[in-house]
Ligand binder design. Structure first.
Ligand code: ZN
Length: 303
């Protein structure tokens, strides 16, 4: 079957089939029951494959301390993607002014002030400060499911402002961390390939801001710190990253003083499956109704 790539038609068909529900926010659509079922089934499949590794499951809310983003210098690298939470701290008079402006259709956001939290821009950030100190022998492996925010409004259905990531974070000796990353890269390719997705891996760079950012991205490519698993979803030439692998080396462990059992500085790496993106890739590859999907794909997702 020849697959055609037309973003507008794909979006319209997703809506027509009740898979996504427009909300008026670009990259902020709702998800229908069938979409959610596919997404959860894929997450469960990842869970079954990862089960022998015995990752510790943690859960954090989709907000994190502003101070944590300062510690990891997020605003130096990705100010354009950040989401800041603001609220009202004023008195009665200011509250009346706020209502008057809202009711009058005027701008009112200058009456708000920043809170202590920002929206979580990467699933693994909240993990690092909690592991300050010595790791157990052999290091640590954590998994989390998190809502992630990126300010990238778009009509393109795979580019969302708010989406879920199934993330794994490995901390330990550099060799162990890299071997874990490499093994998962292979696992990820096999897992997505077995679901009938033409998955390929490649080195990648994060969308660092500005001119300095271009140098940081070049350095990241040079050192092969980031890999992605890509599948064509909205374009054959520019396949979509469904899974990304980041080797942070000592970036987080030096900031949060995370050391191996022998006192050496630990390394970290993480990988994340973009769950909405995987769901959309499966729909693109196999059709809008999972009942009609190939039997070997259904057997894995609905065992
Ligand atoms: Zn991460």
């Amino acid at each position: 079957m020849k697959i055609s790539y037309d973003t507008e038609t794909f979006y319209a068909d997703l809506v027509k089939h009740g898979l996504i529900i427009p909300t008026g926010v670009k990259g902020g659509y709702g998800r229908g029951a069938v979409f959610e079922d596919i997404l959860r089934r894929f997450d469960n499949l990842v869970g079954r494959i990862a089960e022998p590794d015995g990752a510790e499951e943690l859960m954090f809310p989709p907000i994190l301390p502003r101070s944590l983003l300062d510690e990891v210098a997020y605003m130096n690298s990705f100010p354009q993607l950040a989401g800041s939470v603001h609220s009202f701290f004023g008195n009665e008079a200011k509250a009346r002014e706020l209502s008057t402006r809202v009711n009058g259709g005027e701008r009112w956001e200058d009456l708000l002030d920043i809170t202590e939290v920002m929206l979580t821009p990467a699933a693994c950030y909240p993990v690092y400060p909690t592991f300050s100190g010595l790791l157990p022998t052999g290091g640590r492996l954590v998994t989390l499911l998190s809502w992630v925010y990126r300010h990238e409004p778009s009509d393109e259905p795979t580019r969302l402002q708010s989406f879920r990531v199934r993330e794994f974070v490995r901390m330990g000796r550099p060799d162990d961390v890299v071997a874990w990353r490499d093994a998962w890269l292979q696992r990820g390719l096999e897992l997505l390939g077995a679901l009938g997705l033409p998955a390929q891996s490649d080195v990648a760079a994060d969308p660092f801001f500005g001119r300095v950012g271009k140098m940081m991205a070049a350095n990241q490519l040079d050192q092969r710190l980031k890999f992605e698993i890509l599948v064509p979803v909205i374009s054959q030439d520019k396949p979509t990253a469904l899974c990304s692998f980041n080797w942070h080396q000592e970036y987080f462990t030096s900031k949060f003083r995370i050391r191996n059992a022998d006192e050496s500085v630990a390394h970290t790496a993480c990988l994340g499956f973009g769950l909405e993106r995987v769901t959309l890739a499966l729909i693109k590859a196999h059709g809008f109704d999972p009942k009609t999907w190939p039997a070997h794909v259904k057997a894995q997702l609905w065992p």
